[in-house]
Design a protein around this ligand. Structure first.
Ligand code: NAD
Length: 255
């Protein structure tokens, strides 16, 4: 895809499943990758693997729920790699719990990571993108936001909120060279999904239920996601903003 070579890209949750695969794919496209994660070791692992494969990446330990820490980490990434051209808000967290059994403490954690974290990241990169009149933002939501998902009420609310936020920012900055789009994974084979299945109490049954529900007959692998993310980040998507794309084997087919 055009326009990714030498671009500085921040991927939050870059130490995890989808984030790691996305970082590696950006590096293959010759972008310079800032791997953000609260788990310093995981971020370091992704950055080291990229460097060993001949790419450019740096790891930044950062809790996206902390506004000041995010400002500091974005400044450090720009100091190390240059002005940020692409932000991928991918870090997320989930717990399987019927809403009636959930607690306010869980809601606060879900909202902090899945919604406020992304707001903090936008707040940190937007001034620079506006000054340069150029930027690509890709927010990772979930099919749970589009069609609902039992046991994920507050998570789904956060992800739906992220979609509304993305569409609004897309409008606010369409004339400033900044695009904001959303990718919605469905069930994807990562640590987050494994935790979710454990929380539901019957991982094998859930695996089978998801396999049956997905028209393509399997859950996603992390490597299924970067194609759409890189496309929205590229020059090929320059005239696309405020859009939501599911990458879920046909699980949802929203109009
Ligand atoms: N796996 C799925 O089935 C699925 C489905 C729909 C959407 N998603 C979304 O995809 C994205 C990636 O999830 P994944 O499945 O790769 O999960 P994952 O658990 O493999 O990775 C998530 C990463 O986010 C990091 N993280 C968590 N809290 C953080 C914080 N406060 N600050 C910085 N980093 C933090 C974790 O350390 C981890 O490395 C998430 O936004 C998730 O909601 C996943």
């Amino acid at each position: 895809m055009r326009g990714l070579k030498d671009k500085v890209v921040i991927v939050t949750g870059g130490g995890g499943g989808i984030g790691g695969a996305t970082c590696r794919r950006f590096a293959e496209a010759a972008a310079k990758v800032a791997v953000f994660d609260i788990d310093a070791a995981a971020a370091g692992h992704t950055a080291t693997a990229i460097a060993e494969a001949g790419g450019t990446a740096r790891a930044f330990a950062c809790d996206i729920t902390d506004h000041a820490a995010v400002q500091g980490a974005v400044a450090a990434a720009e100091e190390a790699l240059g002005p940020v051209g692409v932000l991928v808000n991918n870090a997320g967290w989930d717990v399987f719990r019927l809403f009636k059994d959930s607690t306010p403490a869980e809601w606060q954690k879900l909202i902090a990571i899945n919604l406020v974290g992304a707001l903090n990241m936008h707040h940190a990169v937007l001034p620079g993108m506006l000054a340069r009149k150029a930027g690509r933002i890709v927010n990772i939501a979930s099919d749970a936001a589009r069609v609902g998902s039992s046991g994920e009420a507050v998570y789904a609310a956060c992800k739906a909120g992220l979609i509304g936020f993305s569409k609004t920012l897309a409008r606010e900055h369409a004339r400033h060279g900044i695009t904001v789009n959303v990718v919605c994974p469905g069930a994807t084979n990562t640590a987050l999904f494994a935790d979710y299945k454990r929380g539901a109490g019957n991982p094998e049954k859930l695996d089978e239920a998801f396999r049956r529900a997905v028209p393509m007959g399997r859950i996603a692998e992390p490597e299924d996601l970067p194609g759409a993310i890189l496309f929205f980040s590229s020059d090929d998507a320059a005239f696309i903003t405020g859009q939501v794309l599911s990458v879920s084997g046909g699980l949802t087919m929203a109009g």
